[in-house]
Design a protein around this ligand. Structure first.
Ligand code: NAD
Ligand code: MG
Length: 389
């Protein structure tokens, strides 16, 4: 029996994770669930999965949750705040942690799980983009097991030799090819991108996801963050990570080897596949995802990304090549810009301009410890807010 903490259980990934877990009560038990605000949803999850602990963002939210749990005579202990998130991520009674908080807020608890040597199912790409090699070194030092949940990285993991994660060299890998759907604006006339609305930006053609990652998909910053994520996860240099637009989202990514072989993982675009894969690895379990009908799909298309249309992708490659604090600064500026766009304070094209401006103002510096990462993250957020004003 694996005891699981789900950080961000009310989000898109959190709900998909609970869906898979519910199919296998003989294998998985929920130890803790966490959510920032959505107390009613969290209470319903507590009633169904009976976790030992539930964590929310504020004292007020904790009071509301406690009341809802009391009404149903539920015994789940209620906590709140960042320390409580870390406590459920590194608790003795927890074996695996699904890191599915969105953004930099997930870094501290995900790092706590890494330090404690847990099995980490990593959806929260921003945490890895911010802390990069420091995170990977922490995982290696504690003996934690890191399983990628991002569909592209999970696909790559499946296309690499089983021994690869322990000794990432000498396996004849030529390139990693990350596929990208291209998002909702792949074919929209360039000059109209300035006036894109929130509703248009979050209407992803293939995947149903949280609002932040949906906007990231529309700007293709999501793919940029994934290039950085792939670099740290798999130890592959920026010049050996390619992005290929593939609008059908059937091929979830590929690994190309020096002998000319290309291995791909295919499936319907449904996050329950990578979640089930990572939960059960190296075994396989049912996920609830429908089998793929290739005859029905009939055609798969691939094309090169247009960096004029998607400048965020170039900014992410720049940040990866600059190294040091640059990925954390890129991520922080992007989080502030996306939130400002969702709040209708800035336009769609201002997102990439704002990130570029913050990156220019805060050139890359060495980050030797996690405190320096948080410091650079804080400075970039402040600067981005100033520029917006
Ligand atoms: P979401 O917005 O649907 O859910 C986010 C979750 O995090 C919620 O449970 C929310 O309560 C919690 N949360 C938000 N802010 C928080 C804070 N400050 N402190 C603590 N908890 C907080 O997001 P999502 O789409 O499920 O994405 C989660 C992560 O997974 C992101 O990093 C995203 O990039 C990654 N991811 C998502 C998908 C997908 O299909 N949704 C695919 C690949 C990767
Ligand atoms: Mg992805």
């Amino acid at each position: 029996m694996q005891h699981i903490t789900i950080l961000g259980s009310t989000g898109s990934i959190g709900v998909s994770t609970l869906d898979v877990i519910a199919r296998h009560p003989d294998r998985y038990r929920v130890f803790a669930l966490t959510a920032q605000h959505r107390v009613e949803e969290l209470a319903a999850q507590c009633a169904r999965f009976q976790p030992q602990v539930a964590v929310v963002g504020t004292a007020q939210a904790a009071q509301r949750l406690q009341k809802l749990l009391d009404e149903q005579h539920l015994k789940t202990e209620v906590c709140y705040g960042e320390q409580a998130l870390c406590d459920v991520a590194n608790a003795q009674a927890c074996d695996s942690v699904m890191a599915a908080i969105v953004g930099g807020a997930g870094l501290a608890p995900t790092l706590a799980a890494a330090r404690a040597g847990k099995k980490i199912l990593l959806a929260n790409k921003e945490a890895l983009v911010m802390s990069g090699q420091l995170f990977m070194d922490t995982v290696a030092a504690s003996g934690a097991v890191l399983m990628p949940i991002d569909s592209e990285h999970n696909a790559i993991f499946q296309c690499l030799p089983a021994q690869y994660m322990r000794a990432p060299s000498e396996y004849g890998i030529a390139k990693i090819m990350l596929t990208a759907s291209g998002g909702p604006f792949l074919a929209r006339p360039l000059e109209t991108l300035e006036s894109v609305t929130c509703a248009e930006a979050i209407a992803h053609p293939k995947w149903v996801m949280g609002r932040k990652i949906s906007v990231d998909s529309a700007t293709m910053m999501n793919k940029g963050l994934e290039v950085i994520e792939a670099h740290y996860l798999f130890g592959v240099a920026a010049e050996n990570i390619d992005v290929v637009i593939h609008p059908q989202s059937v091929v979830h990514s590929m690994v190309s080897y020096i002998d000319g072989s290309v291995l791909a993982e295919l499936g319907n675009p449904d996050m329950r596949t990578p979640i089930a894969h990572a939960l059960a690895y190296p075994e396989r379990i049912a996920s609830g995802v429908a089998p793929i009908d290739l005859v029905q799909i009939a055609q798969l298309a691939f094309m090169a990304p247009d960096l004029v249309r998607f400048p965020c992708l170039k900014l992410a490659y720049d940040a990866l090549r600059a190294g040091g604090s640059a990925p954390a600064v890129l991520n922080a500026a992007n989080e502030v810009a996306v939130q400002a766009f969702l709040d209708e304070r800035i336009g769609f094209r201002a997102i990439d301009r704002l990130i570029a401006r913050v990156m220019d103002a805060l050139p890359s510096c060495a980050v030797g410890d996690i405190e320096s990462v948080f410091e650079q993250d804080r400075r970039a957020r402040e600067l981005a807010q100033t520029f917006i004003q």
